[in-house]
Design a protein. Sequence first.
Length: 275
Amino acid sequence: MNRMSLKDKVVVITGASSGIGEACAKLMAKEGAIVVLIARSADRLAKVAGEVVKHGGSAFTYPADLTDIEIVRRQAGRIRNEVGVPDMIINSAGAGNWLSIFETSEEEFTDMMAAPYFATIHTVKAFLPDMVKRNRGHIITLNSPACYFIFPGALGYSATRWATRAFQEGLAEELRSTGIAVTSIIAAKVDSPYFKNNPVSAERIPGIATSLMKTLTVEDVAFTVWRATRSRRRTIIVPWQMSLSVFLNRFFPGIFKLLMRATGYKGIPDEISRL
């Protein structure tokens, strides 16, 4: 894939009906890409596609529940036949809430692992054979700092984010001998519909993070994705304060755990006492 141009490249974007996925769709289309939008809501996808086309871009919509393997396979077949093999996949679909083990049912743990973890796997598996045969492409996955840190009161959410990071890093190693790049983008708090829909999650972000780092916009993250299409780096962490924190956590994990305990959610002892 030409690192300097997205002109006429097929870019599949999951979670494209709102938030970061929507912002990525608009920016990639502005750069000349043919954007393929995937999410559950057909109506919201149509709205995003309409805005892309209104501004001179090219967009196709494929409503899908990415946690359902058969639906993903069926829609992937349609995309290959109707649009083409993706030059790039941007995995932006995600869900989950910041809850402790005492607040989370077994069903909720399963649901949180379904997206983004299994949604990412299903999407990549559906297109990867053709991308490997062509020996070029780029797989980008959006992730959370929860894939590096242990946030109190966010066990299920953190577990699925660690799993997604492990998948991306393993995928990058397995594709080393190919022309396919694999990038993980880890963004600090983003002003997106996620936190508006999950206010409990916003309240549980450790104070050390909110005091030191600005809240990113969805456009900030979309621009980071665009930069990744040029650099093809394996990992990009934004903002720089988060990148520095991740680096220091490798050497001083105990200090960061103490900071999370001191400035994060403190309701777990009460939950234990009520058992």
